[in-house]
Design a protein around this ligand. Structure first.
Ligand code: PGA
Length: 236
């Protein structure tokens, strides 16, 4: 079973979401777990349509006077099953630290939401051969003081590949996903699902999803292009 997660980011208006749902109504593939991650205001539409839903961000706090935030327990209460945590846009644009990411993961796990922990290196770090050091550090800080890490999904998303049309060599992605699995096995004694994200489209997805150690993909831009997303799902 492969995972395909569509991260819509801050895109699509209400009428476009309704059209999207109509178009995707009969799209399924028994080999794929499809998870839609729209903006919060549309989550209930996806739930109504009995689709698997993730939330793009949860609060690091439990509840209370935090205007504009959505808690993991609120998300869980409407039927959200997954949450993106530590996406590079959150780290870079909203200055999310590893400590905040760690808190958010704890909030998710406490509320039966599966966190999708996003990690990835910058181009500079890649060119300095620091990829594995950076990834291991991000994992280590995100998983601090968590007893059972086995339910966490890890998404390897090199920052230089997000939204750029550039992707790493697919053999390298496969190897990095394996390295991540071996690292969490060794450090936490846990077997985790590991995905790839960054400029996945209907042409490169076939080879990516055929690789043994890549359990699925996290898709941004191509997930809101209906025909493109359908092709990606059908081709698995
Ligand atoms: P992209 O985004 O597919 O548009 O590169 C991926 C992501 O941000 O998760």
């Amino acid at each position: 079973m492969k995972y395909i997660i569509g991260n819509f980011k801050m895109n699509l208006k209400n009428s476009e979401i309704l059209n999207y749902l109509e178009e995707m109504k009969d799209v399924s593939n028994e080999n794929v777990n499809i998870i839609y991650v729209p903006s919060n205001i549309y989550i209930s539409e996806f739930i109504k349509n009995k689709l698997n839903v993730g939330i793009q961000n949860v609060s690091e706090y439990q509840k209370g006077a935090y205007t504009g935030e959505t808690s993991a327990s609120q998300a869980s209460s409407v039927g959200v099953k997954y949450a993106l945590v530590g996406h590079s846009e959150r780290r870079q644009v909203f200055n999310e630290s590893n400590e905040i990411i760690n808190n958010k993961i704890k909030q998710c796990l406490d509320n039966s939401i599966i966190p999708v922990l996003c990690i990835g290196e910058t181009l500079e770090e890649k060119n300095n051969n620091e990829t594995s050091k950076v990834l291991n550090h991000q994992i280590k800080t995100a998983l601090e003081n968590i007893d059972d890490t086995s339910n966490i999904i890890i998404a390897y998303e090199p920052i230089w590949a997000i939204g750029t049309g550039e992707i790493p060599n697919i053999e390298d992605i496969n190897q990095i996903c394996l390295d991540i699995k071996e690292y969490v096995q060794k450090e936490y004694n846990s077997s985790n699902i590991v995905l790839y994200g960054g400029s996945v489209n209907s042409s490169n997805s076939i080879e990516i999803l055929n690789k043994e150690h890549i359990n699925g993909v996290l898709i941004g831009g191509a997930s809101i292009k209906i025909e493109e997303f359908k092709k990606i799902i059908r081709n698995v």
